[in-house]
Design a protein around this ligand. Structure first.
Ligand code: R5P
Length: 283
């Protein structure tokens, strides 16, 4: 199977290829003088199985993914892995006149199989034309936290939406877990309230699928520290970390930020390559 990594997922594609005992295809990424994207996969793709790996945090990355799919039109079968799928949070029409952007994106992706990783809403999967599967990085996160050696940590989701994730992350190591109550006021401001948990003197690990502006986590960190948490770590699958998110989080007193390489950032210390490689091996 040929592994092809798009511009947003070069490291992850290389790690996945290595986990499968192969090398990723070499690709050229460039721009025409007018700014349009140019891309080329080295070597021919002829009647073979191909797996494309490309996250789509930006509109350009989405165009690159569509170009890669088109470049593979002569593949025998095509798998597309979208480790982080942009627009997945607009999974419904919140106000009249809005698009369901996640559906619009999914409908453009034509492949035999599509894999996502901890996609924000699983309902998005039904909008892909091929068979779509969501892979879960929860065990990887749980094993990583266990490696910190923290004494009796408590894992906390900042809202009800991440309750399932924090439960699955805690399951293997047997950590305590809970969730907070979040109300979103705008794109980057939220209010957070506790439920009944007592974090006094405890190490807290906040767990979420993604950190975008950092608004959710900033408020959560401040509140948990005010309530007596010893230290607060953040772990997430997708480190979007838009604008000044990292600064906001450190100013709020976070101990450390750990994320996976669905998005390739300095915080991406945990690779989902084994997850993707296992899914491809089982085909
Ligand atoms: C929303 O439901 C997600 O799970 C995250 O909590 C959210 O996207 C984080 O956004 P931000 O970092 O901008 O608060």
């Amino acid at each position: 199977m040929k592994i092809v990594g798009g511009p947003a997922s070069q490291l992850l594609a290389s790690r996945t290829a290595r986990a499968l005992g192969t090398e990723p295809a070499l690709c050229e990424f460039n721009r025409f003088p007018d700014g349009e994207l140019y891309l080329r996969i080295a070597g021919e793709i002829n009647n073979e199985s191909v797996t494309l790996i490309q996250s789509t945090p930006t509109d350009s990355d989405l165009v690159s993914l569509l170009q890669l799919i088109d470049a593979c039109d002569e593949a025998k079968e095509l798998n597309v892995v979208i480790p982080y799928m942009g627009y997945s949070r607009q999974d419904k029409r919140f106000k009249p006149g809005e698009p369901i952007s996640a559906r619009a994106v999914a409908r453009c992706v034509k492949a035999d199989r599509i894999f996502t990783i901890n996609i924000h809403a699983k309902s998005v999967l039904e909008h892909f034309s091929g068979s779509a599967q969501n892979l879960d990085a929860a065990k990887l996160l749980g094993d990583h936290i266990a490696g910190f050696g923290l004494e009796n940590p408590i894992l906390i989701a900042p809202d009800e939406g991440a309750e399932g994730l924090v439960m699955r992350v805690s399951y293997g190591p047997g950590f305590d877990y809970d969730h907070l109550q979040k109300t979103r006021l705008s794109g980057d401001t939220v209010t957070i309230k506790t439920k009944n948990l007592d974090v006094t003197g405890r190490h807290v690990v906040l767990v979420d699928d993604m950190i975008a502006t950092g608004g959710t986590m900033t408020e959560s960190i401040k509140m948990l520290k005010a309530q007596g948490a010893v230290d607060v770590y953040l772990i997430c699958v997708h480190p979007v970390l838009a604008r000044n998110a990292a600064l906001r989080l450190f100013n709020a007193g976070v101990k450390d930020i750990i994320a996976t390489d669905t998005l390739e950032k300095a915080e991406s210390r945990l690779s989902v390559a084994p997850l993707i490689a296992d899914a491809l091996k089982s085909l």
